[in-house]
Write a protein that binds this ligand. Structure first.
Ligand code: GLY
Length: 362
């Protein structure tokens, strides 16, 4: 088993990574949140293949277990959905020390995490992410919340889990498109912090695509360690945690302006990283070879590096200005300094950003 420790000033927890880890879930939860009752709230699509192992293990560990299937999809990441989940916990009399365990991807993880943060003013929260994206990003760092009509993730909290259990076997049932989307965030981690990780993914892509157990554990471990390091240095995003948004200001504009489901998040991030890299080349921050290297690997993975269905550049610029990461009305971008290092840049001229958008067009 690989273990990454997340040590924060007032809280610390482990991320345990292992093929078949869900079979050990109950005993591990008992170590960090001993109580008579527990609730497992799982993505309805994930409960069928993976819920049974998790539930059985929790029951064997002595928990009186409440199970509930949560409707998946971004459309359900809402306050209404939360109300239903509070009802499940209240009706089953879950108490303040009862752990709430979430099984699924980032959408369900964020929603259930916010329920755990607010139910009885906060209960122990255990994350069992089942997508590569959630494993390497959302499950570490405590950002939880829901969408409202005014925007995504606008209502939420920081609520750190007591434990994260990553069963890499769950990746076997993940659609290949979602695996590729997770790899976009892994590449992002390489670009912002660790050039060797970027090279490792390049060298091991065939093993990853073949879902070799050792390769998956190593991939997840390296990425979780990077995410953990960033969160340990800046839990509340006062500074360097914003580096994780490399490519994301562009990506959010793509997601907000293209029709629902045209680009999945990781695909929009792939395009966003290419645009940010192009901007860095155009403004003489980095050599063109860094852009070429990035595009080549994204292409090999099968992620988009050109977009044929982008809306007008002015609309994309407007959407970027509405992003919640805007500071004092200026678009805040994360741009590379070299492979493995990025900076926050607040003074990029509009014309340079527009040129980066244009460069993405097919
Ligand atoms: N996903 C970005 C963050 O956790 O800060």
């Amino acid at each position: 088993m690989a273990v990454v420790e997340v040590k924060l000033p007032h809280h610390q927890y482990e991320v345990r990574i292992e093929p078949g880890a869900l079979r050990s879930l109950g005993g591990w939860v008992r170590d960090v949140a001993p109580h008579a009752q527990a609730a497992l709230l799982g993505d309805a699509n994930v409960m069928q293949p993976h819920g049974e192992a998790a539930c059985q293990s929790l029951i064997e560990a002595g928990y009186q277990l409440t199970q509930h299937a949560v409707p998946p999809g971004e459309d359900h990441k809402t306050l209404d959905q939360m109300r239903g989940l509070y009802d499940v916990l209240l009706d089953n009399r879950l108490e303040r020390r009862s752990p709430v365990i979430v099984l699924g991807g980032g959408v369900v993880g964020d929603t259930v995490g916010f329920v755990a943060a607010s139910y009885l003013r906060g209960v122990p929260f255990i994350q069992c992410p089942t997508t590569l994206l959630a494993m390497v990003d959302a499950s570490v760092g405590g950002k939880v919340g829901v969408n409202v009509p005014q925007g995504k993730n606008l209502i939420g909290a920081f609520w750190q889990p007591h434990l994260v259990v990553i069963d890499t076997d769950t990746l076997k049932t993940l659609p290949p498109r979602e695996l590729r989307c997770g790899l976009a965030e892994c590449l992002k981690h390489g670009i912002i912090r660790d050039g060797e990780l970027f090279e490792w993914i390049d060298a091991n892509l065939d093993r990853i695509n073949a879902l070799e157990p050792d390769a998956l554990v190593e991939l997840v471990r390296r990425n979780v360690q990077i995410k953990a390091n960033v969160v340990m240095a800046d839990e509340r995003e006062a500074g360097e945690r914003a580096h994780l948004n490399f490519g994301h200001t562009f990506a959010h504009a793509i997601e907000a302006t293209s029709g629902y489901g045209v680009y999945h998040h990781g695909e929009a991030v792939s395009l966003g990283m290419v645009a940010a890299m192009k901007l860095a080349v155009d403004t003489q921050r980095v050599e063109a070879s860094l852009l070429d290297q990035t595009v080549q690997l994204l292409d090999r993975i099968g992620l988009p590096t050109k977009a044929d269905s982008l809306v007008a550049t002015e609309q994309l610029m407007q959407s970027m200005r509405m992003d919640k990461k805007v500071a004092d009305g200026r678009v805040r971008l994360i741009l590379p300094d070299r492979m493995g290092a990025v900076s926050i840049v607040n003074d990029t001229p509009d014309e340079a950003i527009e040129a980066a958008w244009e460069s993405l067009r097919g």
